[in-house]
Design a protein around this ligand. Sequence first.
Ligand code: HEM
Length: 140
Amino acid sequence: MYEFIQKFHSGWAYLTLLVLVIAVVNSFIGMSSKKEFTSKDRKIALFALIGTHTQLLIGLILYFVSPLGLASLGQMSDKALRLTSLEHPLINIIAITLITIGWSKHKKLTTSESKFKTFSIFYGLGLLLILSRIPWSMWF
Ligand code: HEM
Protein backbone atom coordinates (compact mmCIF):
# COMPACT_ATOMS: atom_id res chain seq x y z
CA MET A 1 0.00 0.00 0.00
CA TYR A 2 2.69 2.52 1.07
CA GLU A 3 4.91 1.76 -1.90
CA PHE A 4 2.08 2.11 -4.41
CA ILE A 5 0.88 5.45 -2.97
CA GLN A 6 4.48 6.74 -2.75
CA LYS A 7 5.17 5.86 -6.42
CA PHE A 8 1.84 7.33 -7.52
CA HIS A 9 2.56 10.61 -5.67
CA SER A 10 6.07 10.70 -7.09
CA GLY A 11 4.90 10.06 -10.70
CA TRP A 12 1.81 12.27 -10.59
CA ALA A 13 4.05 15.13 -9.45
CA TYR A 14 5.60 15.32 -12.97
CA LEU A 15 2.18 15.66 -14.58
CA THR A 16 0.95 18.15 -11.99
CA LEU A 17 3.98 20.40 -12.32
CA LEU A 18 3.90 20.21 -16.11
CA VAL A 19 0.24 21.30 -16.42
CA LEU A 20 0.67 23.93 -13.74
CA VAL A 21 3.70 25.43 -15.52
CA ILE A 22 1.73 25.40 -18.80
CA ALA A 23 -1.23 27.13 -17.09
CA VAL A 24 1.00 29.82 -15.55
CA VAL A 25 2.92 30.48 -18.79
CA ASN A 26 -0.36 30.56 -20.73
CA SER A 27 -1.90 33.11 -18.37
CA PHE A 28 1.20 35.33 -18.50
CA ILE A 29 1.16 35.20 -22.32
CA GLY A 30 -2.59 35.96 -22.34
CA MET A 31 -2.13 38.87 -19.97
CA SER A 32 0.78 40.46 -21.80
CA SER A 33 -0.61 40.00 -25.32
CA LYS A 34 -4.11 41.14 -24.29
CA LYS A 35 -5.65 38.06 -25.94
CA GLU A 36 -9.26 37.05 -25.53
CA PHE A 37 -9.86 34.45 -22.79
CA THR A 38 -11.22 31.38 -24.62
CA SER A 39 -12.49 27.94 -23.59
CA LYS A 40 -9.01 26.59 -24.36
CA ASP A 41 -7.53 28.86 -21.68
CA ARG A 42 -10.26 27.79 -19.26
CA LYS A 43 -9.51 24.11 -19.94
CA ILE A 44 -5.76 24.57 -19.36
CA ALA A 45 -6.48 26.21 -15.98
CA LEU A 46 -9.03 23.49 -15.15
CA PHE A 47 -6.52 20.68 -15.88
CA ALA A 48 -4.03 22.36 -13.55
CA LEU A 49 -6.73 22.58 -10.86
CA ILE A 50 -7.66 18.90 -11.25
CA GLY A 51 -3.99 17.84 -11.31
CA THR A 52 -3.14 19.66 -8.09
CA HIS A 53 -6.30 18.48 -6.31
CA THR A 54 -5.55 14.87 -7.23
CA GLN A 55 -2.00 15.33 -5.93
CA LEU A 56 -3.42 16.79 -2.72
CA LEU A 57 -5.62 13.71 -2.19
CA ILE A 58 -2.77 11.28 -2.83
CA GLY A 59 -0.49 13.40 -0.61
CA LEU A 60 -2.99 13.33 2.26
CA ILE A 61 -3.20 9.52 2.13
CA LEU A 62 0.58 9.28 1.83
CA TYR A 63 1.00 11.50 4.88
CA PHE A 64 -0.66 8.88 7.08
CA VAL A 65 0.98 5.75 5.61
CA SER A 66 4.54 7.03 5.02
CA PRO A 67 7.24 6.75 7.70
CA LEU A 68 8.33 10.23 6.50
CA GLY A 69 4.91 11.85 7.07
CA LEU A 70 2.93 12.10 10.32
CA ALA A 71 5.11 9.41 11.90
CA SER A 72 8.12 11.77 11.73
CA LEU A 73 6.38 14.95 12.82
CA GLY A 74 8.16 14.96 16.18
CA GLN A 75 11.65 15.06 14.64
CA MET A 76 12.05 18.74 13.84
CA SER A 77 15.83 18.83 14.22
CA ASP A 78 16.22 16.56 11.19
CA LYS A 79 16.00 18.85 8.12
CA ALA A 80 14.87 16.14 5.69
CA LEU A 81 12.16 14.83 8.03
CA ARG A 82 10.98 18.37 8.83
CA LEU A 83 10.55 18.91 5.09
CA THR A 84 8.47 15.77 4.40
CA SER A 85 6.46 15.75 7.64
CA LEU A 86 5.71 19.47 7.99
CA GLU A 87 6.97 22.00 5.44
CA HIS A 88 6.12 20.14 2.21
CA PRO A 89 2.54 19.18 3.25
CA LEU A 90 1.72 22.54 4.86
CA ILE A 91 3.11 24.75 2.08
CA ASN A 92 1.49 22.57 -0.59
CA ILE A 93 -1.91 22.79 1.08
CA ILE A 94 -1.53 26.60 1.14
CA ALA A 95 -0.42 26.58 -2.52
CA ILE A 96 -3.38 24.44 -3.64
CA THR A 97 -5.75 26.68 -1.63
CA LEU A 98 -4.39 29.71 -3.55
CA ILE A 99 -4.86 27.87 -6.86
CA THR A 100 -8.46 27.01 -5.88
CA ILE A 101 -9.15 30.64 -4.90
CA GLY A 102 -7.77 31.74 -8.29
CA TRP A 103 -10.09 29.32 -10.08
CA SER A 104 -13.18 30.51 -8.12
CA LYS A 105 -12.30 34.17 -8.60
CA HIS A 106 -11.93 33.89 -12.39
CA LYS A 107 -15.53 32.67 -12.69
CA LYS A 108 -16.87 35.93 -11.30
CA LEU A 109 -14.72 38.12 -13.55
CA THR A 110 -15.97 39.39 -16.88
CA THR A 111 -12.95 40.70 -18.78
CA SER A 112 -10.27 38.53 -20.39
CA GLU A 113 -7.53 40.71 -18.93
CA SER A 114 -8.75 40.26 -15.34
CA LYS A 115 -9.12 36.47 -15.80
CA PHE A 116 -5.55 36.09 -17.12
CA LYS A 117 -4.27 38.38 -14.37
CA THR A 118 -6.03 36.38 -11.64
CA PHE A 119 -4.58 33.10 -12.94
CA SER A 120 -1.12 34.65 -13.27
CA ILE A 121 -1.16 35.78 -9.64
CA PHE A 122 -2.85 32.85 -7.88
CA TYR A 123 -1.53 29.98 -10.00
CA GLY A 124 1.89 31.67 -10.22
CA LEU A 125 2.17 32.05 -6.43
CA GLY A 126 0.92 28.49 -5.96
CA LEU A 127 3.57 27.17 -8.36
CA LEU A 128 6.36 29.10 -6.60
CA LEU A 129 5.28 27.78 -3.21
CA ILE A 130 5.12 24.18 -4.49
CA LEU A 131 8.57 24.46 -6.09
CA SER A 132 10.02 25.91 -2.87
CA ARG A 133 9.20 22.80 -0.84
CA ILE A 134 9.67 19.78 -3.15
CA PRO A 135 11.94 17.13 -1.60
CA TRP A 136 14.20 17.40 -4.70
CA SER A 137 16.97 15.11 -3.42
CA MET A 138 14.47 12.27 -2.85
CA TRP A 139 12.73 12.77 -6.16
CA PHE A 140 15.67 12.65 -8.59
C1 HEM B 1 1.10 19.84 -5.87
C2 HEM B 1 1.40 19.35 -4.69
C3 HEM B 1 2.48 18.34 -4.42
C4 HEM B 1 3.55 17.96 -5.19
C5 HEM B 1 3.96 18.47 -6.57
C6 HEM B 1 4.26 16.94 -4.43
C7 HEM B 1 5.41 16.30 -4.84
C8 HEM B 1 6.14 15.40 -4.08
C9 HEM B 1 7.38 14.79 -4.50
C10 HEM B 1 8.04 15.00 -5.86
C11 HEM B 1 7.80 13.98 -3.49
C12 HEM B 1 9.06 13.10 -3.49
C13 HEM B 1 8.63 11.76 -4.04
C14 HEM B 1 9.73 10.73 -4.11
O1 HEM B 1 10.30 10.36 -3.09
O2 HEM B 1 9.99 10.23 -5.23
C15 HEM B 1 6.83 14.08 -2.40
C16 HEM B 1 6.91 13.42 -1.20
C17 HEM B 1 5.96 13.48 -0.20
N1 HEM B 1 4.80 14.22 -0.23
FE1 HEM B 1 4.19 15.45 -1.71
N2 HEM B 1 3.60 16.73 -3.23
C18 HEM B 1 2.51 17.57 -3.19
C19 HEM B 1 1.59 17.67 -2.14
C20 HEM B 1 1.62 16.96 -0.98
C21 HEM B 1 0.66 17.08 0.09
C22 HEM B 1 -0.52 18.06 0.09
C23 HEM B 1 1.04 16.19 1.07
C24 HEM B 1 0.40 15.87 2.41
C25 HEM B 1 -0.66 16.43 2.90
C26 HEM B 1 2.25 15.51 0.62
C27 HEM B 1 2.93 14.56 1.34
C28 HEM B 1 4.14 14.00 0.97
C29 HEM B 1 4.91 13.08 1.80
C30 HEM B 1 4.52 12.59 3.21
C31 HEM B 1 6.07 12.76 1.08
C32 HEM B 1 7.20 11.79 1.51
C33 HEM B 1 6.74 10.40 1.05
C34 HEM B 1 7.72 9.27 1.21
O3 HEM B 1 8.70 9.19 0.44
O4 HEM B 1 7.47 8.42 2.05
N3 HEM B 1 2.56 16.01 -0.64
N4 HEM B 1 5.84 14.96 -2.80
